[in-house]
Design a protein around this ligand. Structure first.
Ligand code: AKB
Length: 323
């Protein structure tokens, strides 16, 4: 029997692409998308969609029972930059939603959970280069604190209640379909949009701020790989380090200039600089590579080529439409 999946936060940056991919793989009738509003029409119109409030246990449970869900991907979250503006909101959403889903699994309403963690679990005292899986973790953002605490709870529910919860520490994710919202790594998406629409980008991080990044296709692949791996292969039940590439805003701008020679970039660091300064520059993800054979595909040049190609089509199409 095919698994019945509920995506919570299906209109967001990762949730939307994950929903569409899972629908292609497992059939649209087996992937129920949900969010607090109808904010992504591709997701809403490509299968079953329900309004679900991730902070309301009953709202999730009704949906689980209605569709006989056995697997939940919990993609709703407030990210690092927004979390610093609304700390209590970030704490409440990120923690309450996780407890609701873990408790549904503990009570055996569902069998499997995916919950995303982040490089934000690391902090200023963590070794910055090739950050190991097990190391000092003193996150300085509310978002990072929720992710670190969440990891501890995931491992606890796995050990104490045999909950099959799987998790990845995502780096910054680069995609062209849906915009990210409220993160520190968002510059690496905005830059491509601005390169096409304005030929210019004012970056909110300094030119030498190196951060771990990944193309969306790789992030989706990693997520589906860990969720379809044999239970025994998933040895880490807090969250796996996950890596692809690392670069600075200057290096990213250089790769864009190869395609748009006139592209200009300036740097006006804001409050997000402190967040970025506290995060690793690069990640050692050898456990993921060993345990469930993770391998990334896209390097910076591949990403730039694909982003510019797809966004050119997108903006070309919308310009034509407005004519
Ligand atoms: C953010 O910048 O907050 C996120 C993340 C790295 O988790 N993209």
């Amino acid at each position: 029997m095919k698994s019945k999946i509920l995506m919570i936060g299906a209109c967001g940056q990762i949730g939307s692409e994950l929903t569409l991919k899972l629908r292609r793989l497992f059939g649209e009738e087996n992937v129920i998308a949900s969010d607090i509003s109808y904010s992504n029409l591709d997701v809403v119109n490509s299968g079953i969609f329900e309004i679900v409030d991730a902070q309301n246990y009953a709202s999730i449970k009704v949906c689980v029972e209605k569709y006989k869900i056995d697997t939940i991907y919990l993609m709703a979250a407030i990210l690092s930059a927004t979390g610093e503006k609304y700390p209590m909101k970030a704490w409440d959403l990120n923690m309450e939603s996780l407890f609701h889903v873990l408790n549904l699994a503990r009570a055996k309403f569902i069998k499997k959970v995916f919950w995303p963690s982040s490089i934000a679990v690391f902090g200023a005292t963590t070794p910055k280069e090739f950050t190991p899986q097990y190391t000092i973790m003193e996150p300085s953002t509310v978002y990072g604190i929720t992710k670190q605490v969440g990891e501890r709870w995931c491992e606890y529910y796995h050990k104490k209640y045999d909950v099959d919860v799987r998790s990845l520490r995502y780096p910054g994710i680069i995609s062209w379909k849906t915009l990210p919202g409220g993160g520190t790594t968002d510059y690496a998406v905005e830059i491509y949009h601005k390169a096409i629409t304005d030929g210019f980008y004012d970056c909110f991080l300094t030119e030498e701020t190196e951060l771990p990044m990944m193309f969306m296709d790789d992030a989706i692949k990693a997520t589906i790989d860990i969720m379809t791996a044999n239970k025994d292969a998933v040895k880490i039940r807090s969250s796996y380090n996950l890596a692809a590439i690392s670069f600075t805003p200057k290096e990213l701008a250089e790769s864009i200039k190869k395609h748009i020679p006139g592209f200009k970039i300036t740097y006006t660091p804001d409050y997000r600089q402190d967040i970025a300064n506290s995060w690793p520059k690069s990640i050692n993800d050898s456990y993921a590579r060993e345990d469930w054979k993770w391998k990334h595909q896209f390097n910076i040049e591949d990403i730039t080529k694909e982003m510019l190609l797809q966004l050119n089509k997108k903006y070309g199409a919308s310009l034509n439409k407005s004519k």
